[in-house]
Design a protein around this ligand. Structure first.
Ligand SMILES: Cc1cc2nc3c(=O)[nH]c(=O)nc-3n(C[C@H](O)[C@H](O)[C@H](O)COP(=O)(O)OP(=O)(O)OC[C@H]3O[C@@H](n4cnc5c(N)ncnc54)[C@H](O)[C@@H]3O)c2cc1C
Length: 388
């Protein structure tokens, strides 16, 4: 892929910039900068209203095919949109899981009925989704899933527990991996179900995090129900579908994420200038390294998106997660002792939230250790790690 923009791409960039400038005004202007990792509790309903406004003007699902309600835009145009979106400091989007993960999964593996029923709600941001994969005994080792479902009178009846379910408290639906063949083990006998969250059999318990906020939850299924037809792929084929979803996980929005990183780094540089620590040669060196690292991330992410290289998403995840965690540490070192002061009751500022939330970067979306195993096996061709 040619990583340079064509003159037409630049016109598209100008169109996005102008539209955001014209529409991030009035009540929406107050939402600038709200939301995102560690700050998802900020104005969720108002941000959803903004997302619905984006949808009405055709700014959601840019990469989905036109026949499924998207705009079928090229990779470069999607990247440009996310860059401009982040540059405008527009509020963090609320529907990442539906738009980036479930939507593409349904387009590739769903039935016509499933696509007709769910894609419009995702595109219009009227139905929000959460991802029910992890369980207390099944995180890195997802094949250890124990939540089970059985068919009864034309419905799946689900019992078990999920954990770390991000934004479940705001979601109307969950795409969940559950065991549907009694006695099956590991990857066999799993199914990928679409489960309504608003029902008596679903209990959501928020988990309080280091940041003081609750973005993820425990989700308990106690005879929860969903229609028999709401299985994606065949019953028992859930592992394949679940892996397909993960394949969509590191999409073009990672480029927008990096514009957010750029803003965080600029904030840390500004702090260093303001408090005089800019003169500390060690901190100067680390700030310069962070800046170089950010450029490496950007080039690597673009290359990863443009070519199907085995293991490349794992290299990207390792790179950005480590870089971002170190950025959080750098923010605290630049701040010095004031970094330890928190306004009552527990009101963290943006850099404190960055430091604390970025501890999770090397865990979610596949931990560092798991990414290294993938690189060892699929890129370097080393012998496979013994499986449990
Ligand atoms: C912020 C955040 C949001 C999340 N959101 C969601 C969500 O929306 N939905 C969802 O389903 N899950 C979500 N998760 C869960 C996430 O996918 C899991 O935390 C992750 O897969 C790790 O699983 P675990 O926590 O069970 O840790 P474990 O798998 O128990 O791992 C513990 C430690 O052991 C290491 N380890 C495990 N296996 C190996 C191995 N074979 N070789 C070497 N080291 C190993 C790990 O790297 C880790 O350091 C989220 C997690 C976080 C932090």
């Amino acid at each position: 892929m040619d990583l340079r923009c064509t003159p037409e791409d630049e016109l598209f960039r100008a169109e996005v910039r102008e539209w955001l400038g014209d529409h991030l005004t009035g009540e929406f202007a107050e939402l600038r900068g709200l939301g995102g990792s560690g700050r998802e509790h900020q104005a969720p309903q108002e941000r959803q209203a903004w997302n619905q406004h984006l949808a009405r003007h055709g700014w959601t699902c840019l990469g989905w095919p036109v026949e499924h309600g998207g705009r079928g835009l090229s990779l470069m145009r999607q990247v440009i949109f996310h860059e401009e979106y982040a540059r405008a400091n527009a509020p963090a989007r609320v529907n990442h899981l539906g738009e980036e993960l479930l939507g593409p999964t349904l387009i590739a593996h769903g039935t016509d009925e499933q696509r007709k029923r769910f894609l419009p709600g995702i595109a219009a941001v009227t139905e929000l989704w959460c991802q029910g994969y992890s369980e207390p005994g099944a995180g890195s080792d997802l094949a250890g899933v124990r939540t089970r479902a059985r068919l009864s009178d034309g419905e799946w009846v689900i019992d078990g527990q999920k954990i770390w379910t991000s934004l479940a408290q705001h979601a109307q639906w969950c795409f969940a991996v559950v065991r549907t063949e009694p006695g099956s083990r590991r990857h066999a006998g799993l199914s990928y179900l679409l489960v309504p969250m608003d029902q008596p059999g679903v209990e959501i318990r928020p988990i309080r995090q280091l940041t003081g906020t609750s973005e993820f939850n425990e989700v308990f299924f106690d005879q929860a129900r969903t229609e028999e037809a709401l299985v994606v792929g065949a019953p028992g084929d859930g592992w394949r579908i679940a892996m397909a979803t993960l394949g969509f996980e590191r999409g073009v929005s990672t480029i927008g994420q990096q514009v957010g990183f750029e803003r965080e780094l600029a904030g840390i540089v500004a702090t260093a200038k303001a408090n005089g620590r800019y003169d500390d040669p060690v901190l100067r060196d680390r700030l310069a390294q962070a800046s170089v690292g950010l450029e490496v991330l950007r080039v690597h992410a673009l290359r990863t998106l443009s070519a199907d290289q085995p293991g490349a998403p794992s290299v990207s995840k390792l790179l950005w997660a480590r870089w971002h965690r170190e950025l959080g540490e750098l923010a605290m070192d630049v701040r010095g002792p004031s970094a330890l002061t928190v306004a009552a009751p527990y009101d963290l500022d943006a850099q404190q939230t960055l430091f604390l939330f970025s501890r999770a970067d090397t865990i979610y979306g596949g931990s560092d250790e798991i990414q290294r195993t993938i690189i060892a096996e699929r890129v370097l061709g080393l012998p496979k790690e013994p499986r449990p």
